[in-house]
Design a protein around this ligand. Structure first.
Ligand SMILES: C[S@@+](CC[C@H](N)C(=O)[O-])C[C@H]1O[C@@H](n2cnc3c(N)ncnc32)[C@H](O)[C@@H]1O
Length: 217
């Protein structure tokens, strides 16, 4: 599937909607989460594509976006990475808050396309990278990771890497609504939000979500 075909698919199955916790940002959001979820799983399982994480603003990302907009001092002039960007909402917030350069990475090609479309809709320049950056250090000043602790192996691998970035001096900010594999011991809470979520994809209409700074120890 080409970039244009992915963009057409995204436009066909979503609508531009404000992010509940950061309504100045609009992203391509699935109308009915479960319909899109099952359709992409059915249609795309044969070619090995993951479910459409990019079609929703996850609670962790919403909290980080709100935090970035409310604390422009965290990102002003900075080289920022939005890791596991999904829709790219956190990177968009960082760009709006004055970051000098924002990279958004995701291993899902559809997420990369969605982040590109969403960046353009919000009139910010996101440098989108469809690749796994875990283990690399490209000198980012600030690294955001929204909602990345939902699978055990991924959470462990990502947290070890994020901790190494924090150790060399990067500011690492994590948004998480209490997922099972969050490495709580390493996290310093900075702010809490009630993130509205969809009943289709969560077990609640609202999730208490924390923005943490990852400690380097
Ligand atoms: C729950 S979604 C969160 C998306 C976004 N940060 C938000 O909060 O709305 C998790 C995302 O992590 C991505 N992901 C998983 N492993 C990754 C990796 N190693 N590198 C980059 N992205 C990854 C998935 O493709 C998915 O888009």
């Amino acid at each position: 599937m080409t970039e244009d075909e992915r963009a057409a698919f995204i436009r066909a199955h979503t609508r531009l909607r404000p992010v509940p916790l950061a309504p100045s940002i609009r992203i391509h959001t699935a109308d009915e989460a479960t319909v899109l979820w099952s359709r992409t799983e059915d249609e795309m399982a044969t070619i090995g594509l993951p479910p459409p994480f990019w079609a929703f603003p996850w609670a962790g990302g919403q909290a980080l976006a709100r935090y970035a907009l409310d604390h422009p001092d965290e990102t002003r002039g900075a080289h920022v990475l939005d890791f596991a960007a999904g829709s790219g909402l956190v990177g968009i917030a960082a760009a709006q808050a004055g970051a000098a350069r924002v990279e958004a990475c995701d291993i899902d090609l559809f997420a990369a396309t969605a982040a590109r479309l969403n960046g353009a809709e919000n009139a910010v320049a996101l440098h989108v990278r469809a690749q796994d950056l875990v283990g690399l250090d490209e000198g980012w000043d600030v690294v955001f990771a929204g909602d990345v602790s939902y699978e055990r192996d991924m959470a462990r691998r990502v947290t070890d890497w994020l901790r190494s970035l924090a150790r060399r001096g990067a500011r690492v900010l994590v948004g998480d609504p209490g997922r099972a594999y969050l490495a709580r011991g390493s996290m310093e809470p900075l702010a809490e939000y009630d993130a509205p979520t969809s009943r289709d994809i969560e077990d609640a209409e609202c999730k208490r979500t924390t923005v943490f700074a990852l400690r380097d120890a």
